[in-house]
Design a protein around this ligand. Structure first.
Ligand code: WTA
Length: 649
């Protein structure tokens, strides 16, 4: 467990503003009776069973929950298919002509729309192609794609035939891709020749090819020719997506999956160098994401819903693909960056499509704030009704800006706290019920129980900092870590009793029971809403021949929340220089991906260490925050702290 001291991080509360749901909003909200909290608290299995009833099942479950801590099974023996629930049932219910996906490419005017019927055809064709390739129920298919429709289609095609997917974020490096393919032993990789970013071309294929040099399990590569680039392919192994699906039948019977069958695997950074393969299953996951999406965004049939995340992260899985489509909602995907061709691109999209519900990250909001109000002010944003935030704590200043400038002062803001592991939002307002406090994710979703513990496992006092825990299972919780069942227990269920989920975040609860999440307490950084492990960056640094030892810590950053900074001791015979610093940054970028590039490298002859030789990262973190290092008397080398302090300033 991280330092007790760190758990007591000060709150970010600025003032005590409260924003109640606007009257007009409250009346029309899908849920507006606060009694739901009491009902769900007392009857949480019935509450969730009721949410599961919103889905179509081939066979109903025998038991809502089998809880053998820390192992849960939800909707035991229930049978369903996620692809059927996201597509076919809406077609059957007469919504075949409704738009399911709106896709906007980065080049202006490049758009595509799929109705639910068209999506059914596309998904079925690709599912058939995968089957023909030999993909069977239970085989893990890896995706390394940009934000193009084929990514959403691919996930649903996998779900249709019962093949779990593992999506590797397109910004990750060949090395990261290779590691994830090998861990999952995927036989099929779906990737693309490239994509647009800020008007330029990102050569994705070259990255994929590098990874493919060391992925013995891969037999087939499906290549989407997004850019129609002239590239060389391996005829035996690689085939083009459009050729594969061209002659496939547009019907594919969905596989009847058990509620507990794996729907997907999603790798996320942990506190060791090896990423964790978070396993999500079918019935509970779909129940959780569709229920939260419906209530938190107050979904109506005519909504145009836009989540700006990348499908390569959990937010995209849960709240671009599965949650919205299970609810029969029109979901918008955008390929590119927010400043192409101009800094008003997002607002242009909101205006053009009359987006009603908008979900983004604080790092983006801070960027928009910096660019200035003139960009959103050029556009009519009056279609917006609910604004969401996810990925890191949102500071009250950014919250208020979002509320005023984007929401015109009358859209509730839903600040949603959750994780890759939780699958769905756990601490979040309900926009028709909750009084909002800028900066607080407010209260647990109905049926959930959260608390803040001290290191002994006791609830801390009001407004005291501590460790965020979840005290009850929820349907979309992770079931295990792929091929690492012990690490699952150890990481999440071993700090306290084995039925208490340890989130790894610091938080406090105020006098009204509102949660104020402060951020990670472990060695995981949150860089612009992306989770990165400092251990992975450290091993990337020491992988360079000039580096003897390295420590990576987070430095607060106005826009990105945190950025990584690398402390490096060089092997003898190497001299610190700007060139070497650049080279090391690039080296880490190559191993992890551009988002993992340290913002700075600080060379030093030594690092603060305990007498037993352990690097005291806590002291480095304090230096980066501009705080005093505190008591250094127990260090083997206290003098180094002063030296380093001068380097940081
Ligand atoms: C942080 C993203 C404060 C938190 C869905 C968590 C947040 C980590 C919030 C999970 C929020 C996410 N307020 N912090 N509203 N949402 N976090 O797995 O530290 O990429 O543990 O899932 O992001 O990041 P992950």
């Amino acid at each position: 467990m991280a330092d007790e001291e760190e758990a007591k991080i000060e709150s970010r509360l600025e003032g005590k503003d409260i924003y109640s749901p606007p009257e007009g909003f409250k009346e029309q909200a899908n849920v507006n009776d606060p009694e739901i909290y009491e009902y769900a608290e007392e009857n949480y299995e019935e509450f969730w069973a009721d949410k599961a009833e919103r889905l179509d099942w081939y066979e109903k479950w025998d038991e809502v929950l089998k809880w053998d801590p820390p192992h849960a099974e939800w909707f035991v023996n229930g049978k369903l298919n996620a692809s059927y629930n996201c597509i076919d049932r809406h077609v059957k219910n007469g919504k075949g002509d409704k738009t399911a996906i709106i896709w906007e490419g980065e080049p202006v005017d490049e758009t595509k729309e799929y109705t639910f019927s068209e999506l059914q055809d596309e998904v079925s064709k690709f599912a058939n192609a995968l089957k023909e390739m030999g993909v069977e129920k239970g085989d893990i298919v890896t995706f390394y794609l940009p934000m193009i429709p084929e990514l959403a289609i691919g996930l649903l095609a996998c779900a249709r035939i019962g093949a779990p997917h593992s999506v590797v974020f397109g910004g990750f490096s060949p090395e990261a891709l290779k590691e994830r393919i090998n861990d999952a032993e995927s036989e099929v990789l779906v990737t693309a020749d490239g994509y647009y970013r800020r008007g330029g071309t990102i050569k994705m294929w070259e990255n994929a090819e590098k990874a493919l040099k060391n992925t013995p399990s891969i037999d087939n590569v499906v290549l989407v020719d997004r850019m129609e680039r002239d590239i060389e392919i391996n005829e035996e192994r690689d085939s083009y997506y459009h050729e594969l699906v061209k002659d496939q039948p547009a019907e594919c019977e969905p596989e009847k999956m058990d509620a507990e069958d794996m729907l997907f695997l999603m790798y996320t950074s942990g506190t060791t160098g090896k990423p964790k393969g978070v396993v999500h299953t079918t019935g509970g996951y779909l129940t959780g994401v569709s229920a939260t999406h419906n209530w938190v965004f107050d979904i109506k049939d005519d909504d145009i819903y836009w989540c700006t995340a990348d499908i390569g992260w959990i937010t995209g899985h849960s709240y671009i693909v599965y949650g919205p489509l299970a609810n029969g909602c029109t979901t918008l995907m955008y390929e590119g960056s927010p400043d192409y061709p101009e800094k008003d691109r997002f607002w242009e999209i909101v205006e053009d499509y009359e987006v009603t519900k908008f979900y983004t990250a604080p790092t983006a909001i801070r960027l928009f704030m910096k660019w200035g109000e003139q960009y959103p002010n050029e556009h009519d944003l009056s279609s917006l009704k609910v604004l969401g935030s996810v990925g890191e704590p949102i500071n009250p200043k950014a919250w208020k800006w979002y509320h005023e400038v984007i929401g015109g002062g009358d859209c509730p803001i839903v600040d949603t706290w959750w994780q890759t592991e939780t699958g769905m939002m756990l601490i979040t307002p309900l926009p028709g019920i909750t009084d909002l406090k800028p900066g607080s994710a407010t209260k647990p979703f109905p049926g959930l129980r959260a608390d803040v513990f001290d290191s002994q496992g006791d609830s801390v006092d009001t407004n005291e900092g501590g460790y965020l825990v979840i005290k009850r299972p929820w349907p979309s919780m992770l079931r295990t870590l792929y091929q690492e069942p012990e690490r699952y227990v150890e990481t999440y269920w071993s700090e306290y009793e084995n039925d208490i989920y340890f989130a790894g975040d610091g938080a406090r609860k105020d006098e009204d029971g509102y949660f104020w999440v402060v951020g990670r307490l472990d060695d995981v950084l949150n860089v612009a809403g992306h989770r990165l492990s400092t251990m992975e960056m450290e091993s990337a640094l020491v992988d360079h021949p000039a580096v003897a030892e390295a420590a990576v810590v987070g430095k607060p950053d106005e826009l990105k929340g945190q950025v990584p900074v690398g402390y490096v001791i060089l092997e003898s015979g190497n001299e610190p220089s700007d060139e070497l610093a650049q080279e090391l940054r690039a080296h880490v970028g190559e191993i992890i991906g551009p988002i993992g590039k340290p913002a700075a490298i600080r060379f030093s002859d030594d690092l603060p260490k305990t007498r037993s030789g352990k690097i005291m990262r806590r002291i480095l973190k304090k230096l980066e925050k501009g705080e005093s290092a505190g008591d250094t008397s127990t260090l083997r080398n206290p003098d180094i702290v002063k030296e380093l302090k001068d380097k940081v300033q």
